[in-house]
Design a protein around this ligand. Structure first.
Ligand code: GLN
Length: 255
């Protein structure tokens, strides 16, 4: 079957090498522009000469045949309640992908559901798939505002958070980074940690969208996908003159 470019709808170059991106529950988990993360991956892969193919995973829908990158966005508690049972059905498949080193980016609502559990402020208990050793509890104080996170691997990361869930890390994950003092709340507003990592899986509260302003993270996900699928071990590098401007504007914003 002919492939089409996921953004323009035009026929894609079939001689190009495909990269399959799985987007988790785009209807229910896509707030604050989180789909921009997928768009960023698509664009950067195209600039590198690959043929990105985006597969939406919907509640009750079929599993895609291949996944080179898995992406999930944020959602309201109500959106998460609509998808969490379906996500539990996919746990085995997703764990298999994690074991293969497939890169994943889970933002906010999907980060919480990749944890062990999320007790919402409304009193619902949403069981997570436990791929990330974290637990989350909704609290009445929402953690809202612009964030700067200092990370070892990616340098400073910028984004925007808005969550009632407060997340605490277990021993089997590392934080993505530490919130710069005075520049955000992160996982829970108390221990300075932001996000969680295990294997090539990154969970984070940062919207923004995250990847356009933090291409080091985008290229890490792409690099892992290219290594897994094509054995290409050099991290791609791309000139993007707008990125530094976007980053410095984002980093100068008040909390
Ligand atoms: N509903 C979750 C919370 O408020 C996630 C919010 C989000 O994805 N921005 O904690």
């Amino acid at each position: 079957m002919a492939q089409t470019n996921p953004i323009t709808g035009e026929p894609a170059d079939e001689v190009g090498r495909p990269i399959d991106i799985v987007q988790l529950y785009p209807r229910e988990l896509n707030i604050y522009g989180d789909w921009g993360n997928t768009l960023t991956l698509v664009r950067r892969l195209e600039w590198l000469g690959y043929v990105p193919r985006v597969h939406d995973l919907e509640v009750g829908g079929p599993l895609p045949r291949r996944a080179d990158i898995v992406i999930g966005g944020g959602g309201q508690d109500s959106g998460q309640a609509q998808v969490y049972r379906d996500l539990l059905q996919r746990e085995r498949w997703l764990r298999g992908l994690v074991d293969l080193g497939i890169p994943m980016l889970l933002v906010c609502g999907s980060y919480q559901l990749f944890g062990r559990s999320f007790d919402t402020i409304g009193g619902q208990q949403l069981t997570g798939i436990g791929i990330l050793d974290v637990t989350t509890k909704g609290e009445s104080d929402r953690l809202v505002g612009n964030v700067i996170v200092d990370t070892e691997q990616f340098g400073p990361i910028v984004g925007f958070e808005n969550h009632s869930g407060q997340t605490f890390l277990g021993e089997q994950v590392e934080p993505l980074g530490l919130v710069r003092p005075g520049h955000g709340a992160g996982n829970n507003g108390t221990d300075r940690t932001e996000g969680a990592r295990r294997a090539n899986v990154i969970g984070t509260y940062l919207h923004g969208s995250l990847l356009p302003k933090n291409p080091a993270v985008a290229d890490y996900l792409i690099g892992a996908a290219l290594a897994n699928r094509y054995g290409i071990l050099t991290t791609p590098s791309l000139d993007d003159p707008y990125v530094e401007q976007a980053r410095s504007v984002a980093m100068s914003r008040p909390r």
